[in-house]
Design a protein around this ligand. Sequence first.
Ligand code: FES
Ligand code: FES
Length: 137
Amino acid sequence: MLKSLVLKLIKSRGEDKMIQNKIVCGCFNVTEQDIKNAINNGPKSFEEVQATTKVGTGCGGCVVSNKELVSELLLRKKIDENQIVCGCYKVTAQDIVKAIKNGAKSFEEVQVVTKVGTGCGGCVEGNKALVSLLLRE
Ligand code: FES
Ligand code: FES
């Protein structure tokens, strides 16, 4: 029993490593881990990630998929670091997570609970993406 759990863990770690080492831009041999490392060093947009990794600056064929990857990783960073995602009401990423755990099923339902995006409106698009990511999980 314990042996099978340990084997499962080793296998899943191996798979994680394979995913992280997956090349996401063939022109410059950029891996998913390179993108993660770049994001951990501060970039807040795809263009800033491009500046440090060169991802998508060759043939351009990987731009769409890597834009999606970067935006998902940026959202996950907001959750992991519990960043403030709505300055008007000081709503944090974990407030959004909590609202969804407590049953909110749409951005509008999250708004009712947290007030996110009901001030200046400048955070609405980013938080719609965050809510949609969390609802998919
Ligand atoms: S595969 Fe990424 S720029 Fe060509
Ligand atoms: S920053 Fe969220 S409504 Fe203004």
